[in-house]
Structure formats: structure tokens, C-alpha cells
Ligand binder design. Structure first.
Ligand code: NAP
Length: 257
């Protein structure tokens, strides 16, 4: 088991990539702290992990609220004493051309996708620094590296996370803390299903078009990203520091036709 006895906190783990990673980490022996702002979804993930013989606990918090995040970290520390792995996964999408995006909608994307990473890391880092060990995985996106139509706010937020990851790594390397970023391409999760439903008249046609973007000819799965997260969380990636890890079916570095 690659994460035996490790304490892993995953934000936004009630759904999609976070949920699948929580289950994967638990199968690898981690004690998983499942965070989400939705209690029902988070608790059902904990239940699933327990049924599989793993160990998990749910802590509700909205990652955009300093008070909420601080309370969550205090509860986690009270229960387990330290946190070995932080996966900053919670995120929301943002759609629209820049001139059409209302300020509140822009801010909502920045709050979850950037401020959420800042706040959760801020309150976890002192415990990792004291233990002089830790692995932080920040959820960016391949959109940090490419131009994609209609996603100005989302692209800005994920580009910020890639830049933040590199600077965090420099600052916390002296404490033996690794900070790396995941850059998934399009992964079939409720996040993408909702995007297809709300943005296209014909979601099936849109899905077919979406598939052609990848050299693989298909979308990625949450399991594909969970495998990458497991690699970054474990000592198998001990020489990876401040790195972007692409899981994108060739979207960034390949070109169809
Ligand atoms: P998802 O299925 O929507 O899961 C995201 C989870 O985060 C949801 O349970 C969501 O709860 C939760 N969340 C949102 N805001 C939160 C907050 N303020 N506090 C706590 N939890 C919050 O999405 P996903 O596709 O798995 O995406 C996970 C991450 O991967 C995101 O950061 C996303 O940007 C990134 N990503 C996804 C893709 C993709 O193609 N799917 C590609 C690249 C990167 P609610 O349902 O209540 O919002």
C-alpha cells in the first residue's frame, strides 16, 4: 500500500475527481478526510469507503470561508494530530466571454478556485512545517497552458494555481514539503456533464465534438486523475517539486490532424 497510515485531506471530495481520489487513497491505506460543502454527498463517500474496508471521516467546510476552513483544520488536527497530504481539489467552472461575465460570477470562480487553495493551504501548512514533511497537490487544469473558447474566468483561476504552486514549492521546500499541480484535460465528471447540459442545445453532439479534441479520441476518467494524484501524494514522486503533471489525452502537447 502506497499511503499506509497517511492522513490525507481532500477538498471537494463529495463528487467527481475528489470522490474517486478519496476512495483510491483509502484503498492505498490512507486515513482520508473527505471535505465538501455538501454534507450529504460527503457522508455518502465516507460510507462508501467504510463499506470497502477503508478509513474516512467527513468534515464539512466551504473552502471560500476562512472561518469554515480554520474550523475544519482544527477538527482534523484534534482527531489525527497532523496532515500528511493535502489535495486542493474543490473547484467550480466559469463560462462566458470576458465582456459578458458579471463581476459576481467572476469573483465566485476566483473565490473557490484560488482563495480556496490559499485558505486551505494557509491553515494546513503550519502543521506540515512543524512535522517537516508533506505533499500538497493543487488542482490546476490543462487550460492553464492553452487558449480555450468561452472560459476566461476559469482559465485565469487555473493559470493562477499553476503559478502559485511553483512559488509555494520554493517557499516550503526547506520544510521538506512538496507542492505539485495536476493539469487534467476534459474528465467525465458531473462538472462536465453539467457544462454540456447548460451550454449546448445538443449535449450529445457536443460530447462527440469534445472527444475529438483528445489524441486518445475519448475523455479522461476520474480514475485517470486519481492515479496521478496518488503518484504525487506518495513517495514514488519524491523528486517531483513544483511540477505540472498533465493528464489530458494529449490536448496540450499533441494536435489532431
Ligand atoms: P465536481 O464533480 O463538480 O466536484 C467538485 C466538488 O467540489 C463538488 O462536490 C463541489 O460541490 C465541491 N465544491 C465546490 N465548491 C466548494 C467549496 N466552496 N467548498 C467545498 N467544496 C466545494 O468537479 P470535478 O470535475 O471532479 O472537478 C474537481 C476539480 O478538478 C475542480 O477543481 C476542477 O476545476 C478540476 N478539473 C476538472 C476537469 C474536468 O474536466 N472535470 C478538468 C480539469 C480540472 P458542489 O457540487 O456543491 O459545487
Amino acid at each position: 500500500m502506497k499511503l499506509q497510515h497517511k492522513i490525507a485531506l481532500i477538498t471537494g471530495a463529495g463528487s467527481g475527481i475528489g470522490k474517486t481520489t478519496a476512495i483510491r487513497f483509502a484503498k492505498e491505506g490512507a486515513i482520508v478526510i473527505v471535505n465538501d460543502r455538501d454534507t450529504e454527498k460527503g457522508q455518502s463517500v465516507v460510507q462508501e469507503i467504510k463499506e470497502l474496508g477503508g478509513t474516512a471521516t467527513f468534515l464539512c467546510a466551504d473552502v471560500t470561508s476562512a472561518e469554515s476552513v480554520l474550523y475544519m483544520i482544527e477538527q482534523a488536527i484534534a482527531a489525527y494530530g497532523h496532515i500528511d497530504i493535502l489535495f486542493n481539489n474543490a473547484g467550480i467552472s466559469g463560462i462566458g466571454l470576458l465582456h459578458e461575465i458579471e463581476p459576481d460570477a467572476w469573483q465566485a470562480v476566483m473565490d473557490v478556485n484560488i482563495k480556496g487553495v490559499y485558505l486551505t493551504s494557509k491553515y494546513v501548512l503550519p502543521y506540515m512545517m512543524a512535522k517537516r514533511s508533506g505533499s500538497i497537490i493543487n488542482m490546476s487544469s490543462c487550460i492553464a497552458e492553452i487558449g480555450l473558447a468561452n472560459r476566461a474566468s476559469y482559465a485565469a483561476s487555473k493559470g493562477a494555481i499553476l503559478a502559485l504552486t511553483k512559488s509555494m514549492q520554493v517557499d516550503y521546500a526547506p520544510y521538506n514539503i512538496r507542492v505539485n499541480a495536476l493539469l487534467p484535460g476534459t474528465i467525465l465528471t458531473p462538472f462536465v456533464e453539467q457544462y454540456l447540459r447548460t451550454s449546448y442545445d445538443d449535449p450529445e453532439q457536443a460530447m462527440a465534438t469534445l472527444k475529438t479534441r483528445q489524441l486518445s479520441g475519448d475523455l479522461g476518467t476520474p480514475e485517470d486523475v486519481a492515479s496521478a494524484a496518488l503518484f504525487l501524494a506518495s513517495d514514488e514522486s519524491k523528486f517531483m517539486m513544483g511540477s505540472p503533471l498533465y493528464i489530458d489525452g494529449g490536448v496540450v502537447f499533441g494536435k489532431n490532424a
